[in-house]
Design a protein around this ligand. Structure first.
Ligand code: NDP
Length: 402
């Protein structure tokens, strides 16, 4: 049915390629391209059967990307490299007339700033070229947007309060590691927290607001209010939302390490001189930390990510609603040799790509996931390894109403 070019052979890329390869009726031809060719080849060898073509590419370089796209002729490019590459890859898609999908919004390298404005600005050009870009199709952002759209479609006449709750209750046995690209992860956590309240964005110092939240099958975990990019698109696309927040769990050991690294300047993103050369402390830190793709083997425990929503049901009565998925690190490893954070990102990227190639989610322009019919996506989550559960009318843990 379709040819797909996947860019980025890291933790998430490994999952996307393997899940696409498991669905040959949709993904007839697959190429994996990344900065380091040997990483693409290692994944292709694990899949075997000459099923996956590989290539080296610097995805910051538009002419290189255009040449690669023109030689492989994909219908769709899945970008699971880093957020810095979003705009060059979108530029290459525009030039070649190929659809685009990613899992994280663009960030400039020299400033930790997360917003959709740069990518939304491509809307008209994508429309005019007759191609589609699907933004943020991982788990969060991604499934959290689909969960919210599903709640709006099937349960609510008006949604008022949205809390996205993200818990990793796993243990990888390392003193300190991040579950996705360390540079991106640490930039996200060390910026100010931010949430939406009655039409305003409220900023708070990093990690300054936290509370225990109870997660299904896991129990209470200390959860920290962070800014997360899907809040921006969700409050725009569901304007009845009065308050939207994002919470993520961190263990004390992680926070202690991060505090020390911050205090000594290792999380800085401005270059410093070291022995006559410029180095960025956070890029150097990334180089000494474990790669996210290497964490899977002895990872125990599970993740739990969901949306807690309160508002009015279709009859106008009060409704509380919780929809979530739990994912086991060990099961993800057994299936695709990945930990659950890579798995929960890679599976939705494959599903979004599948719906685009089948034409079920296909319109020219630039879109976030919640702008499409959530039902086929929700069905495919159950079929491809991320079953979800919903709880209606339960007392949601803490904090309702404001
Ligand atoms: P990794 O660091 O494991 O992988 C990133 C890959 O991209 C690496 O293989 C890297 O190459 C490659 N890459 C980096 N720069 C370039 C470049 N200029 N040209 C070509 N390839 C390049 O990260 P993850 O797999 O953990 O994350 C991938 C993406 O997924 C990130 O954007 C992250 O933000 C996003 N994400 C989204 C989530 C969601 O739920 N929405 C959750 C988790 C992650 P090399 O191997 O040479 O370094």
């Amino acid at each position: 049915m379709g040819r797909v070019l996947i860019i980025g052979a890291g933790g998430v890329g490994n999952v996307v390629v393997k899940k696409c390869a498991m669905n040959p009726d949709v993904f007839t031809d697959i190429m994996l391209a990344s900065r380091t060719l040997s990483k693409c080849e290692a994944i292709a060898t694990q899949i075997g059967g000459n099923r996956i073509k590989t290539a080296q590419v610097d995805a910051d370089d538009v002419p290189q990307l255009v040449a690669l796209i023109q030689s492989f002729k994909p219908d769709l490019v899945i970008n699971v490299a880093l957020p810095y590459q979003d705009l060059p890859i979108m530029d290459a898609c525009l030039e070649t007339g190929v659809h685009y999908l990613d899992t994280a919004n663009y960030e400039p390298k020299d400033e930790a700033k997360f917003e959709y404005s740069w990518q939304w600005a491509y809307k008209q050009r994508f429309q005019e070229r007759g191609i589609m870009a699907l933004l943020g199709c991982g788990f969060d952002p991604g499934v959290t947007g689909v969960f919210t759209a599903y709640a709006a479609k099937h349960h609510f006449s008006e949604m008022h309060y949205l809390d996205i709750v993200d818990c990793n209750a796993g243990n990888h046995g390392k003193a300190f590691a991040t579950n996705f690209n360390p540079e991106i992860n640490i930039r996200e956590i060390t910026q100010n927290g931010k949430y939406y309240d009655n039409g305003q964005w409220v900023e708070i110092p990093p990690m300054s607001e936290h509370k225990p939240i109870a997660y299904p099958n896991i129990g209470e975990r200390e959860s920290y209010l962070l800014y997360h990019e899907e809040l921006e698109s969700l409050v725009k696309n569901f304007p009845t939302i009065k308050r939207a927040r994002f919470w993520m769990t961190f263990g004390q050991q992680y926070i202690t390490h991060l505090t020390v690294l911050q205090n000594v300047g290792m999380t800085g993103i401005k270059p410093i001189k070291f022995q006559g050369i410029d180095i960025v402390p956070l890029e150097f830190l990334k180089a000494v930390l474990p790669e996210p793709s290497s964490l899977g083997e002895n990872y125990t425990g599970e993740t739990s990510i969901g949306c807690q929503i309160k508002g009015l049901d279709k009859e106008g009565k009060d409704l509380t609603y919780f929809v979530y998925n739990n994912c086991s690190h060990a099961e993800a490893y057994r299936e695709v040799q990945a930990q659950a954070v890579s798995y929960t990102t890679g599976v939705p990227a494959m599903i979004g790509a599948m719906l685009m190639l089948k034409g079920e989610w296909m319109r020219p322009g630039v879109f976030n996931v919640e702008e499409f019919n959530p039902d086929p996506f929700m069905d495919l989550l159950n079929k491809h390894g991320l079953p979800w559960h919903e709880i209606l009318h339960a007392e949601l843990p803490h904090e309702y109403p404001a």
